[in-house]
Design a protein around this ligand. Structure first.
Ligand code: F6R
Length: 260
């Protein structure tokens, strides 16, 4: 696991965009994994400007999102389909037909989950997956207690997660209770993972992810077993890391050949 501690949110976005750009340069038809929420916004901002100045092109890329609320009306601005469309698809040179997420209004959610898993496999698997982390350690919507080998399925949100996400809704009661999310096993199959976290409210979850025991009580801690995971943080999110100075030293003195 590579820990990158950045001076500010803009630098977090740039470091994450560097990872994405490298993947797309090596493989123009790369398969991207997208997240929603606040954490990846600096990445999408940076990718938009790199796409506009011709530094990177999404023309041949395909993308899959991580998760979706169940039961929000089609077209609701907070469905993750709409969020991904707003934050990513409409800002890059990508054909919207090449961006897919699980359908939270599918008549049979088990079939939907299996079809979604198959679509990722048929695309060749995810080359680079961006993740945020919940304040309780969730990745995707795999809440604490999720099986570390889980596949795409329906999950129930914890009240704390519904409260965290209420800021996106007019009425906190409108936050759905259920979601369909890639499983932890699904996420772990991505070839590269870039997790972004900013702000003090993420510091404890990040310390548990990076330095705690691997446990279903902190689903993000499974990333300790991933062969190619970068955790990109601002100073506040890194503030509870026991080895923060070591990570800084390691990153600053890393030979180019050793970079993930
Ligand atoms: C979103 C997702 C979640 C968020 C997490 C952090 O697609 O899968 O795991 O990444 O809840 O949310 P923010 O970034 O809004 O703090």
């Amino acid at each position: 696991m590579e820990i990158v501690i950045c001076p500010d949110i803009g630098a977090v976005g740039q470091a994450a965009a560097d990872s994405f750009e490298r993947v797309i340069q090596r493989k123009p038809a790369a398969v991207l994994g997208l997240a929603t929420g606040s954490s990846p916004v600096p990445l999408y901002d940076e990718l938009e400007s790199r796409s506009r100045n011709g530094q990177v092109s999404f023309r041949d890329v395909r993308a899959f999102s991580l998760d979706e609320y169940i039961g929000l009306p089609v077209g609701h601005p907070e469905t993750y389909k709409e969020v991904v469309n707003r934050e990513f698809t409409t800002r890059m040179d990508i054909d919207p037909a090449r961006v897919l997420g699980p359908n939270g209004n599918a008549p049979d959610l088990k079939v939907e989950a299996a079809d979604f898993e198959r679509a990722i496999i048929n695309a060749g698997g995810i080359d680079v997956q961006v993740l945020g982390i919940g304040s309780n350690g969730h990745i995707g919507f795999n809440e604490p207690g999720s099986s570390l080998g889980s596949r795409t399925r329906v999950k129930t949100l914890l009240p704390t997660t519904r409260r965290d996400n209420a800021r996106f809704f007019n009425d906190p009661d409108d936050v759905p209770h259920h979601v369909i999310t890639q499983g932890i096993g699904t996420i772990m199959e991505a070839r590269r993972i870039v997790l972004m976290a900013t702000g003090e409210q993420k510091a404890e979850a990040i310390a548990r992810l990076v330095e705690g025991p691997i446990s279903a009580m902190c689903p993000g801690s499974i990333l300790q077993l991933h062969p190619n995971a970068r955790v990109i943080l601002d100073e506040a999110a890194a503030s509870q890391l026991a080895l923060a100075d070591y990570y800084r030293y390691t990153y600053e003195n890393k030979p180019v050949w050793q970079r993930l």
